[in-house]
Design a protein around this ligand. Structure first.
Ligand SMILES: Cc1cc2nc3c(=O)[nH]c(=O)nc-3n(C[C@H](O)[C@H](O)[C@H](O)COP(=O)(O)O)c2cc1C
Length: 167
């Protein structure tokens, strides 16, 4: 019998992942979503890949705008993670608090005080089942906060706040 979606979800719940907000568009038409399916693709050229649900509003907008940012959240930005996951009453442009966002090279919204920001131009969109793999060329980036990254594991928010001793 095939490995079921439920079995898969149960396992992946135990896989800790850094929480990001992926954002696109220009005011007053900015949008974004909370995403953990983000990884480095290559350092040269600097590029990343994100797996975004095809049915999400943000996926369509990134393909239309051809640019997006990836913002790794700190533990102080838990509320933003919930907001951009559609878990609060805030929608659309209302989620972009003035002064919390700026732009770098591509024009996509970039979150101030995130652990890191990656500003990307979309280079390819590959559909695979329910999701689209969005490949982004990193055109700018920065470290914005020296704080613990927000992690999602077993259905809970957690923090990465200590290093293990090396010996
Ligand atoms: C911790 C967490 C991680 C998530 N990771 C992803 C992800 O990697 N890709 C994705 O498409 N959706 C992910 N989601 C779901 C989206 O954030 C959610 O469906 C969002 O409301 C879609 O918004 P939109 O349709 O307005 O673009 C995640 C949600 C949470 C709470």
């Amino acid at each position: 019998m095939a490995f079921s979606a439920d079995q898969f979800r149960q396992l992946m719940r135990q896989h800790p992942a850094a929480v990001t907000v992926i954002a696109t568009g220009t005011a007053p038409n900015r949008t974004g979503l909370t995403a953990t399916a983000v990884m480095s693709l290559s350092a040269d050229p600097a590029s990343i890949v994100c797996a975004i649900n095809r049915s999400s509003f943000t996926c369509a907008k990134i393909i239309e705008n051809k640019s997006f940012s990836v913002n790794t959240l700190t533990t102080h930005q838990r509320e933003l993670a919930s907001t951009f996951a559609g878990q609060t009453a805030l929608t659309g442009e209302l989620r972009f608090t003035p002064d919390e966002w700026c732009t770098l090279e591509s024009g996509a919204p970039v979150l101030r005080h995130a652990v890191i920001n990656l500003d990307c131009e979309l280079i390819q969109a590959i559909e695979s089942g329910t999701h689209t793999l969005l490949l982004g060329r990193v055109v700018a980036g920065q470290q914005s906060a020296d704080e613990s990254a927000l992690v999602y594991v077993d259905g809970h928010w957690a923090g990465v706040d200590h290093n293990l001793a090396t010996n």
